[in-house]
Design a protein around this ligand. Sequence first.
Ligand SMILES: [Zn+2]
Ligand SMILES: [Zn+2]
Length: 179
Amino acid sequence: MISCLNCGNSLTINIDAKNKDFKCKDCYEKYELFFEKKILKIIHKKKQLTFFITDLSNCDKEFSLKNVYEMYNKGYLDCIKLLNSKYNQSDNCWELSVNKLKEKISQNIKLKINNILNSNAEVYECGSCMSNYSSQDALVNNYSCIICSKQLSLKNNMSEVDDLKKNLLTLETNWVTSF
Ligand SMILES: [Zn+2]
Ligand SMILES: [Zn+2]
């Protein structure tokens, strides 16, 4: 379990993307969140967590409201409605349960691995420009690439599976010291 480095509870971060304010739900300890391409970084002093989230579209450096909506739509974080008695309406609060996030990413990777292992479709690849072809298209073009006319070879899906398995293993890591 990934826990808050201050209170030790399972880490859930309250997200205020507008004010770039991220803190532990239980003890209000501050954390920093930002993206490096598709890698979400959660930082506390010299410790950090990294999560590679492959299916997010636009991840600039800042953790913006746009990221919040997309992560919510894809099930990576939760929206909690809080009644605002002053205006007699409810406010949206965004919560990122780090352990749920980890579980969700792990599920997605396992799904991808299963899909690759269960699909019998052969894919041909051009080693030069990396274009992919179905076996039908490869046959029609005499097993040469339409773009660069190099010879095609049968793509080895196992290397992709190995990469995904590596992703799964790195996901198991906890807080690490950043330099
Ligand atoms: Zn805490
Ligand atoms: Zn090619």
